[in-house]
Design a binder for this molecule. Structure first.
Ligand code: B16
Ligand code: MG
Length: 219
């Protein structure tokens, strides 16, 4: 039985990875090095400070800065990122997502957000998706990053549903591992070969229905 669906944000509901990447590129440029799209891939699903370490390592600067300087750089990157996401609109919600969320609510399924981002609420507001969620668990509420199961375990706890009745939708391998460690089934979204540990894989939500989810997962 499925009673709750938990959604990652970046890469599942919206494609904010491109804005994270552009903001990191701006920081790297200020520091005088290039940050490539391939290096940007490594920051997906990773916390802000861990992403900064990836960027600094790409520029060979991992040991150059104090903790205080690193916090300042992360804040600077976030200001740049906020400039991008403050212009987002509902048109940026990935195809089929809005309809699928509505279908889940009509079926009486709890809908929860489980994201590492501290900016999740701004993004959901800009995309007019906030009312679609029963609970929002974001980077301001959890201390342990995926693949730790904390973010999903907390989401399930807040809506009072047992992990075995939850399904997690994720685009990152660390998120699929977090779901498994939380005792939940998972759907890998986006078609990356790195998601082969997910219970089910899905290219996009376009044409995907709750009935199909039940058919593939609830056996
Ligand atoms: P922020 P998700 C993650 O979101 C992003 O994939 C990752 O690139 C980002 O570093 C992280 O959020 C923290 O974001 O700087 O906004 O707090 O995929 O867990 O929804
Ligand atoms: Mg993600």
């Amino acid at each position: 039985m499925i009673s709750c669906c938990i959604f990652d944000l970046d890469g599942v509901i919206v494609d904010t990875a491109k804005y994270h990447y552009l903001a990191w590129v701006e920081l790297a440029q200020k520091l005088g090095f290039e940050f490539t799209p391939e290096q940007g891939e490594l920051t997906k699903g990773v916390s802000r400070m861990a992403s900064l370490d990836i960027v600094l390592r790409a520029g060979g600067m991992e040991d150059r800065f104090s903790e205080e300087e690193k916090l300042r750089m992360a804040a600077e990157k976030n200001e740049c990122y906020l400039r991008f996401i403050s212009r987002m609109t509902a048109d940026e919600v990935l195809p089929g997502v809005d309809r699928f969320l509505k279908e889940l609510r009509d079926e009486g399924i709890k809908v929860v957000l489980g994201s590492a981002s501290k900016n999740a609420r701004v993004i959901l507001d800009r995309c007019r998706l906030t009312p679609q969620f029963d609970r929002i668990v974001d980077g301001t509420l959890v201390s342990k990053a995926k693949p730790d199961p904390e973010v999903f375990a907390k989401g399930a706890e807040l809506v009072g549903i047992a992990p075995r009745a939850c399904v997690v939708f994720e685009d990152a391998a660390a998120g699929i591992e977090a779901a498994t460690r939380a005792g939940m089934r998972s759907v890998g979204v986006g078609g990356s070969p790195l998601l082969d540990k997910a219970t089910l894989q899905l290219k996009s939500f376009e044409g995907f229905t709750f009935e199909q989810l039940l058919r593939h997962i609830d056996r």
